[in-house]
Structures are given as structure tokens and as C-alpha cells.
Design a protein around this ligand. Structure first.
Ligand SMILES: Cc1cc2nc3c(=O)[nH]c(=O)nc-3n(C[C@H](O)[C@H](O)[C@H](O)COP(=O)(O)OP(=O)(O)OC[C@H]3O[C@@H](n4cnc5c(N)ncnc54)[C@H](O)[C@@H]3O)c2cc1C
Length: 441
């Protein structure tokens, strides 16, 4: 009979990142045999453990080891590699486009919306051409090769202007991602310079630009001040309460009138909910996030769930002081919400009551390069080596799968025993160039 569906409940998960992968993992372990089928859709065949991207960029961890293959991890789920371009909840269908442009529709009974966030950009002249974000493993690999190749280029030119530009690296945005990326890449470049006798350490300029009057709002103001002091001691120029006004052709103009040329501009100035959500009939808030209840159900629906960076989930831990507060975009919330979401989804399938998500942010840890860090967890503040050690052990404990944990520990051990690897694999950025030259002759 038309309209009547038999067989297991079809659960579709949009996005296989923190929320999507952890939700799917829990569903596959808790669902009974033919209770439901789970389909995970993501343009990438892997989940990315973003807190390890700075270490991957610095070469302390092999980039492949900071991603978790979805097909191997989600054995009882169906994984679709494609980008969801539309959700029509009225018809209970998502539109998926794969890399070759083939478009398909997938129908669902229960939907989990978890496509995360994208870089929040501003209309700054030159930003689309000159800037690069720091959110994906591809960007981490690119930046590692790019920074090292700038040293190679600078060592091979006599022109002082070109050299200065090649050796100037800018990071815009002093949140967690920006500070960690800056600190790790600077640490790597500082080490690498010893193999370039023609480059003086003082010639390599790292610049941080932050619009607010402090960095890393996730830690206490005192720890933010400590972080800036440590970076400045390393020779990094930190511009706080300063905005970038233009970067056309790599010529950077700051709001305080400072101007300089830079060949590397990393944009880490915040995130916004995935814009794909605008092509859905789901309720969004003023920041484009999916409106959710504390039970992680999308408002006004009984069969759509959401969590993580793309969602506005009430922060019940702040309900007494700020009833409108929503959970911040962090891995800490994403992982815990995923667990609650999966439990609530199963409870609703079985006609049982759901539970509300409540978690107070416990603080943050950040690595600032090898043996350097800052931590503010449960009110305990640590600096330097203990914070760095805590950063590594915490993230190691959180890294999904035993396989990845072992590989990362081996990477760290090798980095401890052998010298840091500082080769630029520049060819990766343009692998066909050599062959194109050969075929042109
Ligand atoms: C460099 C860096 C360091 C960080 N460090 C920390 C840290 O130390 N501590 C912390 O708490 N948080 C940290 N974060 C933030 C944390 O990683 C995010 O809050 C977390 O990843 C959010 O989880 P999510 O599932 O909502 O999104 P994600 O993990 O980003 O997953 C979203 C998934 O959706 C997929 N997707 C996107 N568009 C589509 C589409 N149209 N269709 C289908 N799938 C789609 C993406 O490919 C991705 O796999 C860091 C972030 C970065 C970038």
C-alpha cells in the first residue's frame, strides 16, 4: 500500500564528524538486530579529530592518524560519501551530491542533522584569494608544506623584498584554533631554520591579529595574558584590538595603520553554522543554527535531531543566570551531546522518555608547541610543560579508536627519539606539474 513502509526504521545522519560519528557508533552498538538501519552521509570518508590538526601541521603526528575512517569504524552502518545539499523534512528526504556531481535522494524516518560549522569570513579585500582556513586535514598538510617551502624559496632568492614577504606568516584570529596553529607552526619553522644557514631566525616573522582585546576566550583572562606574553617572548608580533582591513596581493593593512607583505595568511577568525542549513525547512535561529530543545530534538519535530556546532542547544548549566544561553561550539559538547542524542533517539523509537542534555563546560587545554602549553580545567590552571602534557594525555584519551591511539603514541615516540622531519613535500600541492612539463616537450 502506498505510503506505508515496512522494515527497519531508516535513520539518516547528515555529517560524520564528532556528532555524526559518535552518534552512529552508539547507535550501532545499542540498536537491536533489525530495529533500524543507519546511514551516515559525509563528503569525506573520515571523521577529523580537529584538536590534533595543529600537531599534524607541525609534523608531530602523521596527518593520516588524526582522521578516523568511517567505513572501518562504522561497520554496521551504511556510509555514503557525498554532500547533502538539501533537506526537505516535509517529504522526509535529503538530497545528496557526490564528487562527480551525481545527485540522489535518500529518504528517512529519523534524521540526525550534524554538518558542523564553516569558517566565518568577513568582506575583506583579498581574503578569498590570499587566505586559507585551518579546519581540515588537507589544510593542515598544505600549511606544513607551504611554510617549509617558503623557507626553501627565501633561501634561494637574493631579492630582500621577496625574501621578507616569503618569511612573513600571519594568523588572523586568536581563538583556540588560531593560537594553536600559530604556536605549532612557528615552533616547527624555528626548528627548521637551523638547516638554512642563509636565513637568520630574526628574519622569520610571525604575526597574530585579533580583533578582541584578549586571546582564547575559552581560558581565564589571566591565562590569555600569559599566552600572549609567551608568544611575544618567542618574537611573535601580537596585535590585539586590531582588525585586518585589506590583504590584496598579500599586502596586509591593519586597522592601526600597520602595513606589511605576507605570503602566508591563515584565517581562523571564528565559525558559523553550516550554510547548507538554509536549504532546509528546519527552524533556524538568527545565527543560522538549527533550533533545538534540551533533549536535542529539532523544535517542532518528533523525528529530527541535531547537536554540535550547527545547532542552538539550550545550555541548561547556565539556565539560572542566562535562560537564553546556548552551548558553545566545542568538541567537549559535541561528543557528550552525541551520546545523549543517540540514547534519546533509541528511547523515542522504543516509546520511552527522553532526557535533557546538561553539561557545564569544564575548561580547555591547548598546546603551544613542543613542551609548551596552557590549561584551565575545573578551575585548575597549568602552564608550560605540565599543561602541554595534560593537553596530550587528554586528547589521546579522547581520540576515537584504539588503532588511532596506538599510531599517535608511536608518532610521538618517534618524534622524541629521532629529529623532527622538516621536508617540504611541495609537489603534493601540484602533483601533475612534472608530468605536464614532460608531455609539453
Ligand atoms: C583546529 C581546531 C582545533 C580545535 N580544538 C578544539 C579543542 O581543543 N577542544 C574543543 O572542545 N574543540 C576544539 N575544536 C572545535 C571542535 O572540533 C568542534 O566544535 C567539533 O568538531 C564540532 O563537532 P560537529 O560534529 O558539530 O562538527 P564537525 O566535527 O566539524 O563535523 C561536521 C561534519 O559534517 C560534514 N559536512 C559538512 N557539510 C556537509 C554536508 N553538506 N553534507 C554532509 N556532511 C557535511 C563535515 O565533512 C564533517 O565531517 C577545534 C576546532 C578546530 C578547527
Amino acid at each position: 500500500m502506498a505510503g506505508v513502509k515496512s522494515g527497519p526504521t531508516r535513520i539518516v545522519i547528515v555529517g560524520g564528524g564528532y556528532v555524526g560519528m559518535y552518534t552512529a557508533l552508539r547507535l550501532q552498538s545499542k540498536l537491536r538486530g533489525r530495529e533500524a538501519s543507519v546511514t551516515v552521509i559525509d563528503p569525506q570518508p573520515h571523521m577529523t579529530y580537529q584538536p590534533f590538526l595543529p600537531e599534524a601541521a607541525a609534523g608531530s603526528i602523521e596527518p593520516r592518524h588524526v582522521v578516523v575512517p568511517l567505513r572501518r569504524t562504522l561497520r554496521r552502518c551504511h556510509v555514503v560519501t557525498g554532500r547533502v545539499t538539501r533537506i526537505e523534512h516535509a517529504r522526509k528526504a535529503v538530497t545528496v551530491e557526490n564528487q562527480d556531481g551525481v545527485v540522489e535522494e535518500i529518504e528517512y524516518d529519523q534524521l540526525v542533522v550534524s554538518p558542523g560549522s564553516v569558517a566565518r569570513t568577513l568582506p575583506i579585500p583579498g581574503l578569498p584569494e590570499e587566505g586559507i582556513a585551518f579546519r581540515t586535514v588537507g589544510e593542515a598538510i598544505y600549511l606544513r608544506n607551504h611554510v617549509l617551502s617558503r623557507l626553501d624559496q627565501a633561501a634561494s632568492t637574493q631579492d630582500p623584498e621577496v625574501r621578507r614577504k616569503l618569511l612573513t606568516f600571519v594568523v588572523i584570529g586568536g581563538g583556540f584554533a588560531g593560537i594553536e596553529a600559530l604556536a605549532e607552526l612557528e615552533d616547527m619553522a624555528r626548528y627548521a631554520v637551523r638547516y638554512y644557514p642563509s636565513i637568520k631566525q630574526s628574519e622569520v616573522q610571525w604575526v597574530l591579529v585579533e580583533a578582541a582585546n584578549r586571546v582564547m576566550p575559552e581560558v581565564s583572562p589571566k591565562m590569555g595574558v600569559y599566552t600572549v606574553r609567551r608568544l611575544e617572548e618567542r618574537g611573535i608580533r601580537c596585535y590585539l584590538e586590531t582588525r585586518v582591513e585589506s590583504m590584496v596581493g598579500g599586502h596586509v593593512v591593519l586597522s592601526d595603520g600597520t602595513e606589511f607583505d605576507a605570503d602566508t595568511i591563515v584565517w581562523t577568525a571564528g565559525v558559523k553554522a553550516n550554510p547548507m542549513l538554509r536549504d532546509t525547512d528546519l527552524p533556524l535561529d538568527e545565527r543560522g543554527r538549527v533550533r533545538c530543545t534540551a533533549a536535542l530534538q529539532v523544535e517542532g519535530t518528533s523525528d529530527v535531531w541535531s547537536a554540535g556546532d550547527c545547532s542552538a542547544v539550550p545550555d541548561l548549566s547556565k539556565a539560572e543566570t542566562d535562560p537564553n544561553a546556548t552551548c558553545s561550539p566545542s568538541a567537549q559538547h559535541a561528543v557528550r551531546q552525541a551520546r545523549q542524542l543517540a540514547d534519546n533517539l533509541i528511547a523515542s523509537l522504543r516509546g520511552k522518555p527522553t532526557r535533557q542534555y546538561k553539561h557545564a563546560h569544564v575548561g580547555s587545554v591547548a598546546g603551544l608547541g613542543l613542551y609548551k602549553g596552557v590549561a584551565d580545567v575545573y578551575g585548575i590552571k597549568l602552564k608550560g610543560f605540565p599543561a602541554w602534557f595534560m593537553h596530550r594525555t587528554y586528547h589521546m584519551s579522547r581520540m576515537p579508536t584504539f588503532n588511532r591511539k596506538v599510531r599517535i603514541v608511536i608518532d610521538w615516540t618517534l618524534a622524541l627519539l629521532l629529529r623532527r622531519e622538516v621536508i617540504s613535500m611541495g609537489q603534493i600541492q601540484d602533483p601533475k606539474a612534472e608530468f605536464a612539463r614532460a608531455t609539453a616537450k
